[in-house]
Design a protein around this ligand. Structure first.
Ligand code: MN
Length: 479
């Protein structure tokens, strides 16, 4: 289980008794947080920062602990912030500045100078906030009494985002083949991805998977087919095609385990040695939390892996989706999002069917794929683009809806959604922002999760939703 360290701030000006009380209050606070955050994260208390040396020592414990994904800091008393400078300069993990108090209410009848000196977050946390701003350290501020539900909810959210950032730093994308020839938005600077987000984007030839697939045993295929039949309904006579996909998935699983891969891409233009484009193989892996981007889209592959981690333990689905086509009926506009095969099985509203159909592109044999209608509910659509000198995240609120009519001739899985605040503003804003046609859709995450991720990773963020107006559109390209 991942952990957060809790580092309180104080100073030695108020005497030993005061410091003892600070430590005791922090122990109680950490106990309370551990009770409330059970199953999400563990919180561990580090020595109170009274000097620059203690701060540096604490931050080195943070840096050297692989289980630690972030830090919570809080100034119980005043804590002169110069003593935080050197420690904070060593901090490389997400930081939450908890602006709270040990006491909820002011004890008006009893308050004296000792109480006021002991409990001065309003004083100490502002001094500390200044040094974070001065050092330009990305951080999240959560304000309120620590036992209040909204404060706990924010800390829980921070823990989930910090865990996702922890995974981000360990993300390794295997790209089988390059990105699709001539496509712009899937391209970019892989080196910058590793520098900024920790994503190792590593190239392998698809021949690696073809060779592994060739060595898959009959027993392994049978086991994979049993897994498919347990989850999905066979709706094809062409079982051979499904068995071929089973081989690909077994091969991919072996490759993923051996090379410590968390995400991968393939490309229908580069399938040498494979009879089919991986369909159900990719769909089933995505449903298990493996990141995926088609056509060599390493950014979306990595992002989907990171966002699936962020959504861990929450209701709903998260995964790669591609924008396809619209229903432009006035006032009832909808988008049909899908892909030629690879829609994550986690989005299925009904039990998916395994079907085999011809695929017009790629010049390969008919691939087996899962066909289903998507889940409904509030969600977000998130993408990440590389603008050369910086990355930009675009996040739009959407409402996933039931398809208004059956689409019996469309042989792929699909989801449908409504844009916010409406079709005209929502889609125009996405286009102005340069949002890709590949994205991660989630019904588990919210815009606020993505905003926290963007802030903590120092990424430019453009959000679109019910608060987006015509006036916002006019601001694009009018700088
Ligand atoms: Mn595409």
């Amino acid at each position: 289980m991942e952990k957060l360290y809790f580092i309180p701030g104080s100073q030695d000006l108020y005497g030993e008794e005061c410091l003892k009380q600070v430590a005791e209050d922090c122990r109680q606070m950490v106990d309370f947080l551990n009770e409330k955050l059970e199953g999400v994260i563990r919180v561990e208390l580090l020595p109170t920062v009274e000097t620059s040396e203690i701060c540096v020592k604490d931050m080195r414990i943070v840096a050297n602990d692989d289980d630690c994904v972030g830090v919570i800091t809080w100034m119980h008393t005043f804590s002169p912030a110069k003593m935080w400078i050197k420690g904070l300069q060593e901090l490389r993990k997400p930081l939450l500045h908890l602006h709270t108090q040990a006491n909820e209410k002011l004890p008006y009848a009893e308050i004296d100078m000792d109480f006021m000196n002991l409990n001065q977050a309003a004083h100490g946390d502002r001094e500390y906030g200044f040094i974070l701003a001065k050092l330009n350290i990305p951080h999240e501020v959560v304000a309120g009494f620590y036992k209040h539900d909204h404060v706990i909810a924010k800390i829980r959210q921070f823990a989930q985002v910090a865990k996702a950032i922890g995974l981000s730093k360990k993300t390794r994308v295997a790209t089988f083949g390059n990105n699709m020839r001539d496509v712009a938005v899937t391209d970019g600077n892989r080196l910058e991805c590793e520098i900024k987000y920790g994503w190792e984007v590593k190239y392998w030839g698809i021949g690696e998977i073809a060779c592994l697939a060739g060595d898959v045993t009959e027993e392994e295929v049978e086991a994979k087919m049993a897994e498919y039949l347990d989850k999905y309904t066979m709706a094809t006579d062409n079982v051979e095609s499904v068995r071929e996909q089973a081989k690909y998935e077994v091969a991919l699983e072996k490759f993923i385990a051996k090379n410590k891969v968390t995400a991968f891409t393939d490309n229908f233009q580069d399938l040498h040695g494979l009879k089919q484009l991986p369909g159900i193989a990719a769909q089933n892996l995505m449903a298990k939390g493996i990141g995926f981007g088609p056509e060599g889209d390493y950014k979306i592959s990595a992002l989907s892996s990171v966002l699936m981690k962020m959504a861990e333990g929450r209701e709903g689905a998260t995964g790669f989706i591609e924008d396809y086509t619209y229903d432009m009926t006035p006032g009832q506009e909808l988008e049909l999002a899908s892909h030629m095969l690879e829609v994550p099985a986690s989005f299925a509203a009904n039990r998916p069917e395994i079907q085999v159909h011809h695929l017009g592109i790629g010049n390969k044999e008919d691939p087996a794929r899962l066909v289903f209608d998507g889940i409904t509910g509030d969600g977000i659509q998130v993408t990440l683009i590389d603008l050369g000198d910086h990355f930009r995240i675009v996040c739009a609120d959407i409402e996933l809806v039931k398809q208004p009519k059956p689409m019996p001739k469309l042989p792929v899985a699909r989801i449908m959604y409504r844009h916010k605040p409406n079709f005209a503003i929502g889609t125009a804003a996405w286009c102005y922002a340069g949002g890709a046609h590949h994205s991660v859709v989630s019904t588990a995450l919210t815009r606020s999760d993505i905003a926290m991720f963007a802030r903590l990773t120092g990424t430019e963020l453009i959000t679109i939703g019910d608060d987006t107006t015509e006036a916002d559109l006019q601001k694009f390209f009018t700088r």
